[in-house]
Design a binder for this molecule. Sequence first.
Ligand code: SAH
Ligand code: SF4
Ligand code: F3S
Length: 452
Amino acid sequence: MKFKGYAYIYTIGCQMNTYDSEKFFSILSGLGYEKTDTLDKADVVICNTCSIREKAQEKAFSFLGRIPAIKKEKPNLVTVMAGCVAQQEGKKAFKRSPYLDIVLGTQAFSRLAGHIRAILAGKTQIADTDDATGIYESMPDFDCLDNDKVSRFVTIMQGCDNYCTYCVVPYVRGRERSRTPESIVEEITILADAGLKEVTLLGQNVNSYGQKENICSFPELLAKLSEIPKLERIRFATSHPKDLSDELIYAIRDLDKVCNHLHLPVQSGSDRILKKMNRGYTSKDYLERIEKLKKECPGIGLSSDMIIGFPSETREEFDQTMDLIKAVEFDGIFAFAYSDRPNAPAAKFSDAVDEAEKMARLNELLEFQEKMTEQKNMALVGQCVRVLVEGKSQKKRHSSKASQSNLPQMTGRTESAKIVHFHGEDIHPGDILDIKIEHAYPHSLWGSVQGV
Ligand code: SAH
Ligand code: SF4
Ligand code: F3S
């Protein structure tokens, strides 16, 4: 039986959730639902949640707080909480959000359609946080994806076995498991045939892809994907410093389609804190990997994640983090104030850092990095960079005379993921252009087209 109506999906969290939400759309479309961006129009609402920090979790519950008013007008509305908070809370979520119909854990995808049918047939409050194997082998229904996208995420592995002491992921995404290379190649080939130019491969620790299953190493997977004819660019996240092999560095260096960019979260520059975090490397190990990357892959774009104010972090230890950042000169950093998470051991560690002190340290780091990012962008002025065009950009991005042009303003990204704006005629998403950088801003670049 098919249903008529609209589906609304609200996605919080990482790129994996973005990929999962596309799968939800494809399941709902199989049931007969159409996509809507208007919450009031929806017959099914899915909130795809994230639990990485308290703030992300609260965002989900505050969104769900809007549901009762809508349900009053539309009693048959089906509401689903999916993703990492759903896995973490299970049926406890009904206590906080009594209007929810389905709590769908991170491994319960394949059962979503059945649960919606059951709710519409009169069943109440289904919580499914059971395990399942092989779900990521199932392909989305490609016909209901937005086929005009030139860049997409594709999850290549699930879960995590690293148990960093601050992190909720191993508890909400389960043990690490990798998809087969055949299934990944097939999915990306279909997408590339439909117009995809750039893929970002997703996993919590892509460096250990395929190791457990002994199917194929990550650099081998990159080589296989490089063979897909219409695919132009390959990115991936996240890499764990403890597993960053020389082979992967050589793959970045030698495989043309693999972007000269690496996101390598370090979290802290203090060896005592890194140990307490259970990260499995020292700041010296990290800097050695960075040195090798810079030597083998000149001009590589580097970014990182930092946690500020981990329990018992002293001012001196924070200064060591600043020293590391200054030594590496990252192109960009995502820095977060430490947040206690359910099940994560660090929530029980003593000597919590005072909130005001945490924020002061965080701001100091962000202020420094903002200047560094601008400085790194400035260094590109006068250089020619390869840009993958993503589309038109509406907001005026540049104020000098050059921008008085009546040509459309376009936007795209460099290999190192920097945003570039420029004017151009007859340019389409998916085109790859050489652009000469003329101006640098803290968060973007401005340039002129040199050639295709
Ligand atoms: N698997 C990736 C990270 C996934 S989570 C890795 O190992 O690098 C993304 C980022 O969120 C982490 O890199 C970390 O910087 C941050 N994070 C995770 N747990 C956190 C917590 N409890 N408080 C603050 N930030 C956290
Ligand atoms: Fe979390 Fe650590 Fe796994 Fe990353 S590697 S997901 S930070 S446990
Ligand atoms: Fe958040 Fe889950 Fe991703 S906790 S960061 S949505 S894996």
